[in-house]
Design a protein around this ligand. Structure first.
Ligand code: NAP
Length: 286
């Protein structure tokens, strides 16, 4: 029950109506019986400063940040964690006496299902499809795993050059950037292929970032990881499994990045199974 003492959490973005974070966080809050509520807070870019001032005024405990504010939030924070600085984006903020502090839990979320696998990471070559915001957290994650090499595939040479420039200071793992036409040579040696593009999401559910003929060249036991969580499975994962790959979808990353944020706000372990189940039920997957 929401009372006069209920503490406020939320997610800011534009749009936020599609966000699944309120579903899993409020399920966790109800399960733990803590006096919090997690709200969708639509904030346009032009209103970000006013919104943050308002959050300070009303004593919001913390919030998640989604598109388009993950970089723009940084000037409003008194402290940014090393991982958020390395990734260049903040997705979780919490209030302290010194002001707002921020971090990025996307890398923790990305790594969670991979760390459960007994994979020879130092012999694994990773191929990352896409070079946007999520790709940076994925690259930082692959570097932390100790991957032998990271190859990032994009369609815009200027953006690829900017990505390479960022990576040169963010990770020590050998990282190369490629255009999509190089994919035929990148897929056969890859032990991990991660889709960070929206290809395969609604309304393009019949599209895959990698053609079936190329997926057939994957090594047996290679991991195909799609950051997309709806539909489940994406065409990419469906075809990768047909070709002998191990599939990981984006739902666990979503759950685990949320759990890591909730633990910062509540200072207690997050009920990960409850959060996962709430999303599966919401998405009719359970
Ligand atoms: P973003 O910054 O917009 O990056 C998207 C990337 O995909 C860009 O490199 C973009 O290329 C590329 N791309 C888009 N459409 C393409 C196409 N038709 N062909 C080739 N490349 C294309 O977005 P993001 O924040 O990184 O998110 C990317 C995806 O990850 C989204 O589907 C998002 O839902 C998902 N995600 C999932 C989680 C999770 O917890 N599971 C967390 C974060 C993100 P250009 O730059 O050239 O346009």
């Amino acid at each position: 029950m929401i009372t006069g003492k209920t503490k406020l959490l939320g997610v800011i973005g534009h749009p936020v109506s599609h966000s699944l974070s309120p579903v899993m966080h409020n399920a966790a809050i109800a399960h733990l019986g803590v006096d919090f509520v997690y709200l969708p807070l639509p904030v346009q870019s032009k209103d970000l400063a006013k919104a943050i001032a308002g959050f300070t005024a009303i004593g919001l405990e913390g919030f998640n940040i989604t598109i388009p504010h993950k970089q723009a939030i940084m000037p409003f924070l008194t402290e940014i964690s090393p991982i958020a600085k390395a990734v260049g984006a903040v997705n979780t903020v919490w209030r302290t006496e010194q002001g707002w502090k921020g971090t990025n839990t996307d890398m923790i979320g990305f790594l969670a299902p991979l760390k459960q696998r007994d994979q020879p990471w130092t012999e694994t070559d990773a191929v990352i499809l896409g070079n946007g915001g999520a790709a940076r957290a994925v690259v930082a994650g692959c570097a932390e795993l100790g991957c032998r090499s990271i190859r990032v595939v994009g369609r815009d040479r200027a953006k690829l050059a900017a990505f390479q420039y960022w990576a040169n200071s963010a990770v020590t793992t050998p990282l190369y950037t490629h255009e999509w036409s190089d994919l035929a040579t990148l897929i056969p040696p890859a032990g991990l292929v991660v889709n960070t593009t929206p290809i395969g999401m609604h309304p393009h559910v019949n599209q895959s970032p990698v053609e079936l003929s190329l997926l057939k060249t994957l090594q047996p036991g290679a991991i195909a990881y799609d950051l997309i969580y709806v539909p489940q499975p994406t065409l990419f994962l469906q075809q990768a499994v047909q070709c002998g790959a191990i599939a990981i979808d984006g739902l666990e990353m979503l759950v685990q990045q949320g759990a890591a944020a909730l633990e910062i706000w509540l200072q207690q372990p997050a009920p990960v199974a409850i959060m996962r189940r709430s999303l599966q039920q919401h998405l009719n997957l359970a």
